[in-house]
Design a protein around this ligand. Structure first.
Ligand SMILES: Cc1cc2nc3c(=O)[nH]c(=O)nc-3n(C[C@H](O)[C@H](O)[C@H](O)COP(=O)(O)OP(=O)(O)OC[C@H]3O[C@@H](n4cnc5c(N)ncnc54)[C@H](O)[C@@H]3O)c2cc1C
Length: 324
């Protein structure tokens, strides 16, 4: 059970045509961020209870990994679930949770023992209406404003042990696998928006007359847009190759990290270059290009910052200094 991944990526590319980053992101959380581990490792009962209604769009899911003190360093999360009879009692908090203000359930990464930090974590399906779950803050962001982002606290939250996804202690590994789909999905979701930003800029600079000619006639403008368009096609090729390898059952951690890194960097470069050609209009909230400029900034931070992607790529290249 779960969405076929090639279908999922096609939807992500299509969703990019909705010229607003927050809506695709909220949907991506449902299909490819909070649910891949459940689809792959969850019991049939858990899939019936949480996965099927999520994929059908009847309930809203969120992913609870990051904490105020642990974003890039996922292994250092502090949230703790302690077994008591047939239940886990959960205490701790989560930060930056997309869909968090409206979610029906959370795919929660929590410590379940005090062992080594890569072996002491588990993923648990946590219904958000459970007593002790406190949504304390809707975070005011510079972009992605149509997607809600929450800070959430857990105070003696009681969840049945049968809500555990897969095996106890495997949560860190499951989450690292789950991140691969999130990173491919994130890349797919920005391609169409990048293209529409280039097209909008072509349209604008064609009709905008400066020094008695369309702005687009300046070689610096049309060459730059051609360069950016080439970069988008290269990113699309990398993504499609990565998705094909993934569907064939390969480990795509290196390629998914490269795609996510490039998507974040190209998003920033492209939105900055396009905005420049809009002049003062680009600095207003009346045009799409300024919204993209703000929304795209997230991609170099969320789902693992650029530097985290670089360290993963270096690990696969064998160039990361070993920790003594
Ligand atoms: C709008 C939004 C939505 C989000 N949605 C979710 C969600 O739904 N669920 C969830 O769990 N999390 C979510 N996140 C959290 C996101 O994944 C984290 O913000 C991200 O992982 C970075 O963690 P941090 O903010 O704690 O930054 P930090 O870990 O404090 O890192 C700060 C900066 O340090 C730098 N850095 C990090 N590691 C290294 C390194 N090894 N070498 C050099 N520099 C480094 C990077 O530039 C990084 O940006 C969301 C965040 C935002 C902003």
């Amino acid at each position: 059970m779960g969405l076929d991944f090639s279908y999922s990526i096609a939807i992500a590319e299509e969703l990019g045509n909705i010229n607003c980053g927050g809506i695709p992101m909220a949907i991506g959380v449902q299909s490819d961020m909070a649910t891949p581990a459940l689809a792959r490792f969850g019991s049939d009962e858990l899939k019936r209870q949480f996965l099927a209604p999520t994929i059908a769009g009847d309930v809203v899911a969120c992913l609870g990994v990051s904490e105020a003190g642990a974003g890039s360093d996922v292994a250092s999360i502090k949230t703790m679930a302690v077994r008591k009879g047939d239940d886990y009692i959960i205490n701790g908090s989560k930060m930056w949770i997309t869909n968090g203000c409206q979610a029906d359930w959370m795919c929660l990464l929590t410590n379940t023992s005090t062992g080594p930090s890569h072996k002491n974590k588990s993923l648990i399906c946590l219904p958000m209406k459970t007593p002790g779950v406190h949504i304390t803050k809707k975070i005011d962001k510079m972009g992605m404003k149509s997607s809600d982002t929450a800070q959430i606290f857990f105070e003696d939250v009681r969840v049945p042990c049968k809500n555990l996804i897969g095996e106890e202690g495997m949560g860190f590994i499951y989450q690292m696998l789950q991140f691969q789909e999130e990173r491919m999905w994130g890349t797919a979701s920005v391609l169409a928006r990048m293209e529409s930003m280039i097209q909008e800029t072509i349209d604008y600079t064609q009709q905008r007359k400066i020094f008695n000619q369309p702005l687009l006639n300046n070689q610096v403008v049309h060459y730059r847009l051609a360069e950016l368009s080439t970069e988008v096609e290269l990113l699309r090729s990398l993504l499609h190759r990565t998705v094909a390898l993934y569907i064939d059952g390969n480990d795509v951690t290196k390629f998914a990290s490269m795609a996510k890194l490039k998507a974040g960097r190209l998003g920033r470069e492209l939105s900055d270059s396009c905005l420049q050609f809009w002049g003062g209009m680009g600095f207003t909230n009346e045009v799409l290009v300024s919204r993209f400029y703000r929304d795209f900034r997230l991609l170099s931070i969320g789902a693992g910052a650029d530097e985290v992607m670089l360290s993963i790529i270096c690990k696969y290249m064998g160039t990361l200094p070993s920790k003594k």
